[in-house]
Design a protein around this ligand. Structure first.
Ligand code: PLP
Length: 425
């Protein structure tokens, strides 16, 4: 990818000059930065809070809810599809009526994978995923296989380079119902070839189901152009909608009336308030709803999405590539000589928005980083993950983070931290 806005980035680039020339730098002011000195590199796990989210949620809780009480539902009831259409347009490359904001990524994955398995012909009883897919995806697919008498076939993936289309091609065939993979690998940040893998699955007659948690808001996603059948993802990472904010699901338009999800809730029901005797799901994307939508969460999603929509996913990706390019250049120069290994693809076209480095003492180093005001996260085995959110991270922060890590390792400051990994990393 060409970096038109951020040319010639290498380890000698001046971070202050890069920040000064950054056309997206102003977006940082939209975030609540009580701790402006903190180098927050965990926006790929939980984004920083946009000020507009607190305002929008307060307006709901202290305004519409108080004044309208139950009458508020006249407008709230459509928010899952309104927010879904906004996500479809801004970050997912999908069409109106194809995206719904609902539930969690895990729950949505369950609904869509089970629906696809049920819609497949009876000779297709295999679900395909890879061993580097995010744990919840693997567990949910294993659970579906057990519940519905199917088989889970697991492709082996290199945890640095990401899923190999050839390995997927070798694993799919006339027995395959669904191929479920992550677009950006949660550990290394490797970016899967969505278009090619979707074509491989389609040619084998299988449904594709993509997990977009680490790409939504960071990497351009073109669900329609790539012919993707199904997708899920969260809104609390690069989309900054807050801890536990509702997730989204995508179902290609022409598949919607064919797929029946396993949770027959009343929000998927035709003429819901007729309270009829039997379940007759609506024909559109709302049939993938289950129960009462989380209105404060959806309000947060909409407010949080606004800066992403305004900046444009193309510009955000361009900055994201520049940030990771700069980080990798500094890591090569300063951290590799100190015993780190880069686990993320060097080619920007093959990676998403985070960079992962490996070190035998990664857990202790990541704790020492937090104490030094640099927030990464740790992922087994022995990896420090550095997430760069193009809406609020800058080049100066990267330079400070890399120098901070170098100091921690060179001084041995990490040894005072516990070697035993804690429950939440
Ligand atoms: C790639 C990926 N998939 C799925 C999930 C699970 O999402 P949730 O816990 O919101 O269901 C996560 C959570 O971090 C994730 O990173």
């Amino acid at each position: 990818m060409m970096c038109d806005m951020y040319p010639r980035i290498d380890a000698d680039s001046d971070p202050a000059a890069l920040d000064a020339a950054d056309p997206l730098a102003g977006y940082r002011d939209l975030f609540a930065l009580d701790d402006a000195e903190l180098v927050y590199l965990d926006g790929n796990s939980l984004g920083r809070p946009p000020r507009a989210v607190a305002k929008a949620v307060a307006e709901l809780l202290d305004g519409t809810w108080r004044t309208e009480l139950v009458a508020g539902w006249d407008s709230w009831v459509d928010l899952p599809t309104i927010a879904g259409d906004e996500l479809a347009r801004s970050v997912l490359g999908a069409s109106p009526g194809e995206v719904l904001v609902a539930d969690s990524t895990s729950a949505n994955l369950y609904k869509l994978a089970a629906a696809a398995l049920a819609a497949a012909t009876p000779d297709r009883r295999v679900l395909v995923t890879d061993d580097d897919n995010f744990p919840t995806d693997r567990y949910i697919l294993a659970g579906i296989a057990e519940q519905f008498g199917a088989t889970l076939r697991i492709v082996r993936t290199d945890i640095d380079t990401g899923v190999d289309p050839e390995a997927v091609a070798a694993a799919v065939g006339a027995d395959t119902a669904v191929v479920c993979l992550s677009h950006v690998a949660y550990r290394s940040g490797a970016l899967a070839d969505m278009e090619r893998i979707s074509a491989i699955a389609r040619d084998a007659g299988a449904f594709t189901l993509w997990d977009l948690c680490h790409s939504a808001g960071s990497v351009p996603v073109e669900l329609n152009r790539c012919g993707v059948d199904l997708a899920v993802g969260c809104t609390y990472k690069y989309l900054n909608a807050g801890p536990g904010a509702p997730a989204f699901l995508y179902v290609r338009k022409d598949l919607q009336s064919r797929l029946r999800q396993p949770m027959w809730g009343w929000f998927g029901q035709t003429d819901q308030f007729a309270m009829g005797p039997e379940y007759r799901p609506v024909e559109d994307i709302r049939r993938f709803s289950v129960g009462t939508p989380p209105i404060s969460g959806i309000t947060a999603v909409r407010a949080a999405l606004e800066p992403t929509s305004r900046a444009g996913i193309g510009a955000l990706r361009e900055k994201s590539v520049a940030l990771t390019t700069y980080a990798l250049a500094l890591i090569e120069r300063r951290l590799v000589p100190l015993g780190f290994r880069v686990a993320t693809p060097r080619d920007p076209n093959l990676r998403g928005g985070h960079v992962t480095i490996e070190h035998a003492k990664a857990w202790q180093i990541s704790q020492a980083m937090r104490r030094a005001g640099i927030v990464p996260d740790y992922r087994a085995p022995n990896r420090v993950r550095l997430g760069f959110a193009p809406l609020y991270n800058g080049f100066g922060e990267i330079a400070r983070a890399v120098e901070g890590i170098a100091d921690i390792v060179a001084s041995g400051a990490y040894v005072e931290f516990d070697d035993a990994v804690s429950r939440v990393t």
